[in-house]
Design a protein around this ligand. Structure first.
Ligand code: NCD
Length: 330
């Protein structure tokens, strides 16, 4: 069984880490999406495995709950024939006072090639990248960035619409606390989409027009213009109290219902990163309806994570273990 050919094997991708999409060029983002397309084919085979990361170790360090992202990274690494290991923060020596960086260095000393990191504090993956020699992938740092989620959103849009350039994409709901929104804004605007941020004024940060986005508070006014709407979860765990009067009131104005879907274009594409709260951000009929690509996103997420793991770790031989400063790639 062979590894598929990768468009990005050319020269575009030279990075060591994936910390966010803010710093990536449009070409680099497209290189990941194109590589993901070639890996999507692997998942359709009866034997869903290629040897690209044979002998590599991928470590999952998750300091926040996760269903999709952690499993998706584990499976992606396994499909590339890497060894994978999950780190459980609650049962680790962090509870005995060991620092986060010391913990990561110990994991690196066991031979990890890639650390996949999710942490509630923004900037944690960036800090780790300065202290360990292996590749770091940001799997979500607080409300800052969640690059692989945005990449799988983009892959799903590109597959459904055939392009990203020129589309109008609405990001709906709790923009302020959403790392998915930030990563989507960076990627979509670089690839030429028009982004509309829509939600209650208390959940849309002031001044984000400077990122090249339009801001709207009335969903029903902007829906007819949208080709895609990405329905974001209300991040109750990151909110102070009182940002809107009640869940019922939020749902009345911003929940995606069948009536609202009918306000949009007939081929309106609905995304949601999950977890979805049926009856809060979208109704069950909409979540399971013909416009919804929510489960396609999950499938595409696997291909995107295979592509990222491959680009960071599958094409070059790892440097010396003590080579924290000795490796040229960023
Ligand atoms: C998102 C996350 O964790 O930021 N979910 C995900 O990765 N599938 C969005 C969310 O939690 O609402």
């Amino acid at each position: 069984m062979t590894t598929p050919a990768h468009p990005a094997d050319s020269t575009v991708w030279t990075r060591k880490h994936l910390l966010g999409l803010e710093d990536l060029s449009a070409e680099e983002i497209i290189a990941i999406l194109d590589t993901a397309e070639s890996f999507a084919e692997v998942s359709t085979r009866s034997r869903k495995k290629v040897p690209a990361l044979q002998g590599r170790i991928v470590f999952n360090l998750f300091f926040e709950n996760s269903t999709r992202t952690r499993t998706s990274f584990s499976l992606a690494a396994k499909r590339l024939s890497a060894d994978t290991q999950d780190f459980s923060a609650s049962t680790s020596s962090l509870s005995k006072g060991e620092s986060f960086i010391d913990t990561a260095r110990n994991i690196e000393a066991m031979g990890a090639d890639v650390l996949v990191v999710r942490h509630p504090t923004p900037g944690t993956p960036h800090l780790l990248a300065q202290h360990v020699g292996c590749s770091i992938i940001n799997a979500g740092d607080g409300a800052h960035e969640h690059p692989t989620q945005a990449l799988l959103d983009l892959m799903t849009i590109r597959r459904a619409k055939g392009r990203i350039d020129g589309l109008t994409v609405g990001l709906l709901g709790d923009i302020s606390h959403s790392r998915v929104a930030r990563s989507n804004i960076h990627a979509l605007t670089k690839l030429g989409a028009q982004v509309i941020l829509c939600g209650p004024p208390t959940l849309v940060p002031r001044g984000w027009e400077r990122f090249g986005c339009e801001v709207a508070y009335q969903l029903d006014d902007v829906l007819p213009r949208c080709d895609v709407v990405n329905v974001l979860r209300i991040q109750f765990e990151r909110q102070q109290l009182g940002l809107f009067p009640s869940v019922a009131e939020y749902s009345q104005f911003y929940m995606m219902t069948q009536e609202r879907v009918r306000l949009g274009k007939s081929d309106l594409l609905l995304l949601a990163p999950g977890p979805i709260n049926r009856g809060v951000e979208l109704t069950p009929e909409v979540a399971d309806g013909v416009n919804s690509a929510i489960l396609d996103q999950v499938t595409n997420g696997l291909a995107v994570r295979m592509a990222v793991l491959y680009l960071l770790s599958g094409r070059v031989e790892p440097g010396p273990r003590d080579g924290r400063d000795g490796r040229a790639r960023q």
